[in-house]
Design a protein around this ligand. Structure first.
Ligand SMILES: [Zn+2]
Length: 390
């Protein structure tokens, strides 16, 4: 369950969404469309009132005072979390114009021409309660030089040099908009990409300063295997060819693997940074069956071996006699068996792929495939997806 309210679905936020989608240029020419930050003041107030009442009533000290105090305090803690988040998100907004979108925070705005969002791929929204991890969007790299950071309406940084609290590049592949807006993040991401593809087919006119085009300054998100055979991929571009990643046979089946957030210390303030990422990777029926059988066999062998060793240890410790023999034997069998089972299943769990180093803030994850041919297929699929971009 998420603690952070999800925001409004786009269709509810914008009752005339159909008009916008029908003719975005005409719609936006009628006036800019602002999208504010997510506000949770109402929710905070809703919890503060009963929380305070319960906590105060507990002061009388009668009957179930302790329980009322506990519930009251819990409500007040919830209220303060929402109040804090609302305050943190204050000053963030997006403003949609006919030529592009402004990503505002306080006195600064990052200006993005629509061409920036004329990109192939899907928005990536991390499953997390941090108010500082919003939305990752693929971008058209040719449009990067036209991005501007403006302070009090004057441009203070261009293109690759732009980095702000409300906007930063991930290599030259993507941008992260870390704030949470009043519209559901995935809806907002799809809207920006859709408008980018329709209104941003051409680059803006003009020639930005030279440093704006210095894309090397942004670094790159690698789309090739590192020396250890690991592939770090941006999630918005992740795509798997529909063949088994182990044996290479065509398949429609997949296995769900989980990756815990990595380096999430950087990402936010709450202790609960983010939830694991689920990645569904094609594995055929035969290989799934083999994997399950392997794990089962490993567990059985491990349990037998562990129980045997446990029993031998019990016999040795008690000198094969005395009152302690029976309990020691039972303990040795059970404890050794359990330990052996755990070791056996873990050792036998040789998955065709390992998933790790999931970074919710960058929107990347690492994959190591056992089958190098499949790793090459994934690299190829992602490259062709990247080339279609822009
Ligand atoms: Zn297979």
């Amino acid at each position: 369950m998420s603690v952070l309210p999800a925001g409004k679905p786009l269709a509810r936020f914008l009752p005339d969404l159909d008009d916008l989608l029908h003719d975005p240029l005409a719609y936006l020419r009628q006036g800019p469309l602002p999208i504010g930050p997510r506000r949770m003041y109402g929710l905070a107030a809703l919890f503060t009132l009963p929380g305070t009442a319960l906590a105060l009533s507990a002061l009388r000290g009668d009957g179930d005072a302790l329980e009322r105090l506990a519930v009251g305090l819990a409500l007040l803690v919830g209220a303060s979390v929402w109040l804090l988040w609302s305050l943190l998100l204050r000053g963030h907004s997006l403003v949609l114009h006919p030529e592009g979108v402004e990503v505002r925070h306080g006195g600064t705005a990052v200006w993005c021409p629509w061409a920036l969002f004329n990109a192939e791929g899907d928005p990536f929204v991390p499953q997390t309660d941090s108010p500082r991890l919003g939305l990752t969007l693929p971008i058209w790299r040719e449009a990067i030089p036209f991005v501007e950071l403006r302070r009090n309406e004057a441009a203070v940084a261009h293109g690759a040099q732009v980095s702000a609290r409300q906007f930063h590049f991930v290599g030259s592949e993507a941008v992260v908009l870390p704030a949470r807006y009043e519209v559901v993040a995935a809806d907002l991401g799809h809207l920006l990409l859709q408008l980018g593809r329709r209104l941003g087919r051409e680059l803006p006119r003009g020639s930005p300063p030279r440093e704006a085009a210095d894309l090397a300054a942004l670094g790159e998100v690698p789309t090739e295997l590192d020396p250890t055979g690991r592939l770090t991929v941006p999630l918005f571009r992740l795509t798997f060819p529909p063949v088994c990643c182990d044996c290479g046979q065509p398949t429609g089946l997949s296995m769900s693997l989980y990756a815990e957030p990595f380096g999430s210390r950087l990402a936010g303030l709450a202790a609960r940074e983010g939830r694991p990422l689920t990645v569904d990777i094609p594995v055929c029926e035969v290989c799934q069956h083999r994997l399950r059988a392997q794990v089962h066999r490993g567990g059985t062998l491990g349990m037998a071996a562990g129980a045997g060793l446990g029993a031998i240890a019990a016999l040795a410790l008690t000198g094969v006699q005395g009152a302690l023999l029976l309990p020691a034997l039972i303990g040795g069998l059970a404890g050794g068996g359990l330990l052996g089972f755990l070791i056996g299943t873990t050792a036998a769990d040789r998955r065709p792929v390992r998933v790790g180093r999931y970074s919710p803030s960058q929107g990347t994850v690492s994959l190591s495939f056992r089958n190098p041919d499949y790793a090459a297929l994934v690299v190829e699929a992602m490259r062709s997806r990247a080339q279609r971009t822009g």
